[in-house]
Design a protein around this ligand. Structure first.
Ligand code: NDP
Length: 245
């Protein structure tokens, strides 16, 4: 049986890399993000390379609880069986001490990284194929384990993801859904550009002196996590660039 993986935030970075790696492994792909054009370009590319898999894309802003519920409820019948959910959509914005922080940035991070993950999980869990190895993978971060200077609110959101992953395990493991957290250090994606509101120069400087991880490094780790035998659940996996202290 070909399994279906649902990836949020598949229009760039880690989410896109997950789509690429899992397509190669023969998974059907359910992909969402706000930038539907990006998803459709990815669908076209992957469909021509892997004609045997099925891909469905849809536009979704994970911050909008009503939209999340309606879009997931309204999926075509053949997409209503999900084996793996990768809660990947997320962002960081701003890198300032609390007293200088921007409230809009704070809201976007909390709404996307915490509330968005909750909304998607609540809507998707009833569709998960608990008879055949269902698995939720949450994208945490080293920022969910430690707090670094000026990382305040982003770190708080990823600490919340850490807590929610643990809570989901308590609620879901006995119901046939494994739950894992993947916690990367620095990964070179559009993340830094988004953090600095499009300032490409500042974004590039983040990686100076460190060879960052790639989205593919994370996607291959997720592939490992979701292909363990039924009796094995990897709770939490911290993955860092070798050069990041
Ligand atoms: P990218 O900016 O490359 O990708 C983020 C993805 O999230 C995009 O596809 C974006 O799509 C999507 N997204 C953002 N906001 C929303 C929203 N409101 N609704 C739906 N989708 C949304 O960054 P990464 O790939 O690096 O980040 C992926 C995850 O990995 C995040 O959760 C991040 O916190 C985590 N992470 C990243 C690290 C890094 O160093 N890069 C380190 C540790 C964790 P679109 O804009 O089209 O909606």
């Amino acid at each position: 049986m070909r399994k279906t993986v649902f990836i949020t935030g598949a229009s760039s970075g880690i989410g896109q890399a997950c789509a690429e790696v899992l397509a190669k492994e023969g998974y059907n792909l359910l992909l969402c993000a706000r930038r539907l054009n990006r998803l459709d370009e990815l669908k076209e590319k992957l469909s021509s390379t892997y004609p045997d898999i099925k891909i469905h894309t849809f536009e979704l802003d994970v911050r909008d609880s009503e939209q999340v519920q309606n879009q997931i409820d309204g999926l075509p019948y053949e997409w209503k069986k999900i084996h793996v959910l990768i809660n990947n959509a997320g962002l960081s914005q701003g890198l300032d001490p609390i007293q200088d922080g921007d409230i809009g940035d704070w809201d976007r991070m909390i709404d996307t990284n915490v509330k968005g993950l909750l909304y998607v999980s609540k809507a998707a869990i009833p569709l998960m194929d608990t008879e055949n190895g269902a698995h939720i993978v949450n994208l945490g971060s080293i920022a969910g384990k430690e707090v670094y200077p000026n990382g305040n609110v982003y770190c708080a959101t990823k600490h919340a993801v850490d807590a929610l992953t643990k809570a989901m395990r308590i609620d879901l493991l006995s119901k046939g859904i494994k739950v894992s957290s993947i916690d990367p250090g620095m990964v070179e994606t559009e993340f830094s550009e988004v953090r600095f509101h499009g300032d490409k120069e500042r974004a590039k400087n983040v990686y100076a002196g460190v060879q960052p991880l790639t989205g593919t490094d994370i996607a291959e780790t997720i592939l490992f996590v979701i292909t363990r035998p039924a009796h094995v659940n990897i709770n939490d996996l911290l993955i860092m660039p070798t050069a990041q202290a």
